[in-house]
Write a protein that binds this ligand. Structure first.
Ligand code: CO
Length: 165
């Protein structure tokens, strides 16, 4: 059965840890986690969800695209365009907070898919942005670390910062 997973909020320490490589992609546990993360992302209307956000510090993200969701396991950004783009971002772990973040316009990504098959592809625009945001999560980096400006939810951000977790 697929279940909704509780999302971890900033400033929880799990969001700051470096994630570990996924070894056994075909294991029951990982396959179940993929389904559960996908359901959770869709239920919360997220563009993406990284495993640390549900308390698992492993290198796995799900991304919501117009053509359905994709899973990236042990993802690596191989190439980044020189050109960057500034746009507004949010994060399910920082509800109501938005900020302007500069991201590479185009990237090349290598990862494993949900079946453990190696994939390589190019991404640009919003797709490239979401991948960069989610891959940052795996290194303990949040969009607020990179934001040039917090555009919405400054008070909320302070509230979160000062909350006891
Ligand atoms: Co996020």
């Amino acid at each position: 059965m697929t279940k909704l997973l509780p999302i971890i909020f900033y400033p929880c320490i799990n969001l700051r840890k470096k994630s570990k490589k996924v070894v056994d992609i075909n294991s029951k546990e990982i396959q179940q986690l993929i389904l559960d993360m996908d359901k959770t992302m869709k239920e919360k209307d997220g563009l993406g969800l990284a495993a640390p956000q549900i308390g698992k510090n492993i290198n796995m993200v799900v991304i919501n695209t117009a053509d359905g969701s994709i899973v990236l396991i042990n993802p690596r950004i191989m190439r980044k365009s020189w050109k960057k783009e500034l746009a507004e971002e949010g994060c399910l772990s920082l509800p109501e907070v938005y900020g302007l973040v500069n991201r590479h316009k185009k990237i090349k990504v290598a990862a494993f898919d949900r079946k453990g098959k190696k994939v390589k592809f190019a991404a640009e625009g919003i797709f490239a942005r979401v991948i960069q945001h989610e891959v940052d999560h795996l290194r303990g980096v949040l969009f607020i670390d990179k934001a040039k400006e917090i555009t919405k939810g400054k008070d909320k951000l302070n509230q979160l910062r000062n909350s006891d977790l």
